[in-house]
Design a protein. Structure first.
Length: 139
């Protein structure tokens, strides 16, 4: 529960700065069935009323288990990667959590009916967790 609340708070803070011209935004409402698949939007936006942020691009670093940028819904979203677990290796999401978070944030509309909270986001993949969800903190 703690990590989910953290991500919801992080998404909320992110969204607060997403729209400068809120009156120009397109709005789409999701039914309860659609909210089952798009729970990220329905959690962040009141009553599943999704607001398209237009052409505004937001840069987001995801510090997690890595991102599978080969997924069609994330194609072209990941701009740079960094593997803090193994600096000599590219990021690899063996756990799947980082990819899920990236999808919640930035997935394009797709046949699976999952839409990210901000499809205009540019993602920066920082792998800090290994395949078991662990990592080390050095001070």
């Amino acid at each position: 529960m703690g990590i989910r609340c953290f991500y919801i708070i992080l998404l909320t803070i992110f969204l607060m700065g997403c729209s400068e011209n809120e009156d120009k935004l397109d709005s789409v409402s999701f039914s309860s069935n659609e909210c089952e698949q798009n729970w990220g939007i329905c959690t962040v936006y009141d009553k599943g009323k999704y607001k398209n942020s237009g052409d505004s691009t937001v840069k987001i670093a995801i510090l997690d288990s890595g991102i599978n940028s080969n997924l069609a819904i994330l194609k072209g979203k990941v701009k740079e990667t960094y593997n803090a677990i193994n600096k000599d290796s590219e990021t690899l999401d063996e756990l799947g959590h980082g990819t899920m978070i990236a999808s919640i944030i930035a997935a394009e509309e797709n046949p699976h009916n999952v839409i990210g909270v901000n499809p205009n986001a540019e993602l920066y993949d920082v792998q800090v967790l290994n395949s078991k969800g662990g990592g080390k903190l050095r001070t």
